[in-house]
Design a protein around this ligand. Structure first.
Ligand code: NDP
Length: 290
């Protein structure tokens, strides 16, 4: 179905989102604070609104893709009246607390609210691998899912508007620790004359294959019993060899030492015969809590 949709914010991401809507044949109205960013979209068939208020009034569905939480409030606070009775899908990156605050603001103003977290870069929008996480109004997600699916795989987590953002940040946390792990390995082999590129060609398939362990760890974590048979014990994976080899190569042991600290805390608490998944207890209960 052809939806009358408005996009506020035509930065790199907002422009890509609006482009996908126009190309799919939706009647798309666009607005950007500074001029000139709508030209390509207008050439494709979008309508350029003179003000954010005009854009909001153009249809029932408003997409916001601005810089941050503050800019969303700056643009939308004066338009609460115009937005009342309409739907707002906010894909601006915000923290879980900021997403919840915006959902409460929208609720007070009579605006149906869906929060989105974009797991893609602009050129991936509408391409395989693009994933967008949503939380907030289930009704909005169901109604507009065909339109949202134009941007990538759409996944809905629940009515708590902060969940999409929480997932987004949790996935990024996992990614950054993995990146640091790759850099650590590359630093270890460098003194042996191995280039980072050579290491990367071994590390990428290895780490990809190791993601196959996630569900096994998850079954142990969710089951709550770390003594399940068939697991590698914490004492077996105490990482002494990895820390020693890193030190012998003259590289920092911070990255691998961080993991060893999590392992040691469980061994010291008497859980050395239990499985590696138990390190989640070191993370859940930081030393400050103990
Ligand atoms: P850009 O910096 O390219 O664009 C920012 C947009 O926000 C511009 O349209 C800008 O308008 C507008 N803006 C900033 N401040 C205000 C304000 N006070 N009032 C009105 N408009 C304002 O950023 P992106 O498009 O890349 O990112 C947009 C959102 O998407 C961000 O929250 C970002 O975190 C998120 N995102 C981006 C990804 C990416 O790879 N680019 C990936 C995942 C999420 P103006 O042109 O006038 O400056």
């Amino acid at each position: 179905d052809n939806v009358q949709v408005s996009v506020l914010g035509l930065g790199a991401m907002g422009g890509a989102l609006a482009g996908a809507l126009v190309k799919a044949g939706h009647q798309t109205t666009v607005w950007n604070r500074s001029p000139g960013k709508a030209d390509d979209l207008v050439a494709l068939g979008a309508r350029n609104a003179a003000t954010a208020g005009d854009a909001v009034l153009a249809g029932p569905l408003v997409i916001a893709c601005l810089l941050d939480h503050a800019s969303v409030h700056e643009v939308l606070d004066p338009l609460a009246g115009e937005l009342a009775g309409r739907t707002l899908v906010n894909v601006t990156t915000t923290s879980p607390a900021q997403s919840r605050e915006l959902a409460e603001w929208a609720d007070r103003a009579g605006i149906a609210y869906l929060d989105g977290g974009i797991m893609a870069v602009p050129h991936m929008i509408g391409q395989p691998g693009s994933s967008i996480l949503y939380s907030g109004s289930a009704e909005v997600f169901e109604r507009y899912k065909p339109l949202l699916d134009l941007w990538g795989t759409s996944t809905y987590f629940g009515e708590d508007a902060g969940l999409a953002s929480l997932y987004d940040l949790a996935l990024l946390a996992g990614m950054y620790v993995m990146f640091a792990g790759f850099m650590h390995g590359a630093a270890m082999v460098a003194p042996a004359g191995v280039t980072a590129g050579e290491f990367a060609s071994m590390a990428a398939p290895w780490l990809s294959a190791m993601t196959g362990s996630f569900q096994g760890f998850a079954a142990v974590v969710d089951g709550g019993d770390y003594t399940v048979a068939g697991q590698q014990s914490l004492e077996f994976s105490n990482l002494n060899d990895l820390v020693a080899a890193s030190a012998e190569q003259g590289v920092s042991t911070e990255v691998i030492g961080m993991v060893q600290t999590l392992v040691r805390r469980q061994i010291d608490a008497g859980h050395g015969q239990e499985g590696f998944a138990r390190i989640i207890e070191s993370i859940r209960n930081s030393p400050a809590d103990m």
